[in-house]
Design a protein around this ligand. Structure first.
Ligand SMILES: [Fe+2]
Length: 372
């Protein structure tokens, strides 16, 4: 049985003014964003209300921050919530659109019906999370001292809107870590045992776009990334569409735990585990979807090599753009490896079950040692 859903309407605009013309904003619309984006792009240009995440505290947003915002917007006449920003902004915007919500706990524990009474428009300003087309919100739950992802079926946006202009000054690091996250979504889901042929189309296309443009960046310089930004943005949404149907695998499982313990951003954490996980797959079972994936990689990079060769070429490419950093440099100790792997096994089964092949505890430890 296969099931594939695409619930949001997707729009692409080159500039913000085209979005404004099409969506006809009013004072009943509330944009949730960050101040620096407002100053750069929206000031005096959008006829609507604004809420700024930074007014509620800096750093990674937690349930405490979200609760304060929920209380502030309660009883305000809001027709549509428009989230504009990176992944966490979009994830919070989803929660703000829920009817009668006054706390994150009520939402996450389902103490209230999870229905929306507001329209929801999501506009990414990075090119990786795919959050604009998923219904999951990942929130740092302070009481539990960990990040938790909650899938809320009502929270697929009515419209996911890609506006190239909003990425016209994306910093190099943000660009690299977000686009590699999108690449990993596409690669993990493409080989996932729980994948489906409908996902494959979006994954294959995302991988091709990202890798072929990475190759150009290696040749012409990272500063030329803006020439291809609409393609990276689209690839990220393609991968997000797959992600809204199937979860990721071992790379994300490792990264979720490592990132949360060592406070390393999502894309950066993922980048550290990418090639080691796929090299392990290649060792264990160099065939099936992995072979298909290596052909996609060869095609995108215009190389002619065997499966091991294509994963090696991928590693060289990623290492060039995002130089390797060992986990020990982030503070991981050798004696941490086994307990960390046990914690990943304990808490990330939702992701590990999508692995291309089942990975034993020993194999997971080998991968960890490989990046340590
Ligand atoms: Fe991700």
């Amino acid at each position: 049985m296969y099931n594939f859903n695409l619930k949001s309407s997707i729009y692409e605009f080159r500039v913000l003014s085209d979005f404004v013309d099409h969506f006809q904003l009013s004072p009943y619309d509330t944009v949730f964003t960050e101040r620096f984006l407002y100053e750069k792009y929206f000031k005096g240009k959008l006829n609507c209300n604004f809420i700024f995440q930074d007014d509620y505290g800096l750093g990674e947003p937690s349930d405490i921050v979200i609760d304060k915002i929920l209380i502030d917007i309660k009883d305000k006449p809001i027709n549509r919530i428009i989230g504009i920003g990176g992944g966490s902004i979009l994830d919070i915007a989803k929660l703000l659109s829920i009817k009668d919500a006054t706390s994150t706990e009520d939402i996450f524990e389902e103490n209230i019906p999870l229905v929306r009474d507001k329209g929801l428009i999501l506009i990414p300003t990075t090119c990786g999370t795919g959050c604009e087309v998923t219904c999951v919100s990942v929130v740092d739950i302070s009481r539990k001292n960990t990040k938790i992802g909650k899938r809320i079926e009502a929270n697929f946006a009515d419209s996911a809107v890609l506006i190239e202009e909003l990425l016209d000054s994306i910093p190099e690091r943000v660009f690299l870590y977000s686009s590699v996250d999108a690449l990993i979504h596409a690669m993990e889901i493409y080989v996932a045992q729980t994948g489906n042929p409908y996902n494959d189309v979006f994954c294959e296309s995302a991988i091709k776009i990202i890798l072929s443009n990475y190759k150009k960046l290696v040749k012409d310089g990272i500063e030329t990334r803006f020439e291809y930004m609409n393609e990276f943005l689209r690839a990220s949404t393609f991968a997000g569409i797959a992600l809204s149907n199937t979860a990721c695998g071992a790379v994300h499982a490792f990264a979720m735990h490592f990132g949360s313990v060592h406070h390393v951003a999502h894309g950066e954490s993922n980048a550290r585990f990418l090639t080691e996980v796929f090299k392990k797959y290649a060792q264990i079972s160099p065939n099936g979807k992995l072979e298909d994936l290596s052909k996609i990689i060869n095609n995108a990079l215009e190389i002619d090599t065997d499966l091991q060769g294509s994963f090696l070429a991928l590693e060289e490419l990623i290492d060039y753009l995002i130089p390797k950093k060992r986990l020990r440099e982030y503070g991981v100790k050798e004696e941490d490896i086994e307990p960390y792997v046990d914690k990943v096994i304990e808490t990330q089964q939702r992701l590990l079950k999508n692995n291309f092949v089942p990975l034993s505890r020993k194999e997971l430890i080998d991968i960890y040692k490989g990046v340590y």
